[in-house]
Design a protein around this ligand. Structure first.
Ligand code: AMP
Length: 281
């Protein structure tokens, strides 16, 4: 496995692979890798001849009061994970390699990015779309792998690729969870012991939504109200949003008549966690 820090080096390596007719899978990450990331790498390795993992904490997708400076980083550990899972190349650039001083071009989106996480993180998806576009232009993969954990991000990237005629297949991978149901996340490391326990309220609430849906409840408002009340019983939890939306357009669904995404963001102490599931009728 090779590790490079410059765009030029990635391009040279990928060019050689393409010359040999090898297919390329790509897994963009912000590092501090866990089993969720590993599942993306494993999928990529099984479906491609070569796999590139990028590890880059993208400043553009963090708001001014968010956790850019405290975001966990451990390149040595990440490197081992990539190696053990069969990745061929890590691209680990400095911010200055990705954003020169005169940088002023962005990829933005309307509609899809305005609800859910976009509401409380208004510049987030512009940062995501911009960095993913840049990474796609640097790596030129055949397939790119994203987690269903960030369901809105996955929908946004699929739409961006469609709108901008990007010739890359986007593969969504299922959410990987801890044994007790908490969705794996690099940000789980922020939680103290008490908060870690309280964080189970996300998965527990989603399970209760699932039960309500199985019982035949189809009114989103009724479901959301019941779940919010439930989450509010956890003193360390504060709801950012609980929504039931169409899984492609991310538009609110009032009466559930086709598959929907049930998504939530909840603050546990100062840590904002997200979780979701897709309900297939
Ligand atoms: P991040 O490093 O948080 O930007 O995540 C990089 C990629 O890993 C994104 O496509 C995420 O959706 C995906 N990912 C993060 N956590 C999980 C998880 N628990 N299960 C599956 N994919 C995940």
């Amino acid at each position: 496995m090779q590790v490079v820090k410059t765009i030029k080096e990635v391009r040279e390596i990928v060019k050689q692979w393409k010359k040999q007719g090898l297919s390329i899978g790509f897994v963009p990450t912000m590092g501090y890798l866990h089993e969720g990331h590993e599942s993306l790498i494993t999928n990529a390795v099984s479906e491609n001849d070569r796999v590139v993992v990028s590890i880059f904490v993208n400043p553009l997708q963090f708001g001014p009061t968010e956790d850019l400076s405290s975001y966990p980083r451990d390149f040595e550990h990440d490197s081992k994970i990539c190696q053990n899972n069969g990745a061929n190349l890590i691209f680990h650039p400095e911010p200055s390699e990705m954003y020169s001083e005169d940088f002023c071009s962005f990829v933005d989106m309307t509609g899809l990015t305005e609800g859910l996480c976009g509401k409380s993180r208004p510049i987030h998806f512009r940062g995501v779309c911009t960095v993913v576009s840049k990474l796609f232009n640097i790596v030129h993969p055949d397939k790119a792998y994203f987690g269903q954990k960030d369901a809105q991000q996955l929908a946004v990237i699929k739409q961006m690729v469609k709108d901008l005629n990007v010739d890359i297949e986007i593969i969504g991978c299922p959410i990987v969870r801890e044994e007790d149901g908490l969705a794996k996340s690099s940000r789980n490391t922020y939680l103290n012991k008490e908060e870690r326990k309280a964080a189970l309220i996300l998965n527990k609430s989603l399970k209760e939504v699932y039960e309500l849906l199985l019982d035949g409840e189809r009114n989103s408002e009724v479901i959301i109200k019941s779940i919010m009340e439930n989450i509010n019983t956890e003193s360390l939890a504060k709801v950012d949003y609980v929504e039931i939306v169409d899984n492609i357009s991310m538009k609110k669904v009032n009466i559930i008549e086709k598959p929907v995404l049930v998504a939530m963001a909840v603050y546990i102490g100062k840590t904002r966690l997200i979780d979701n599931f897709i309900f297939e009728l």
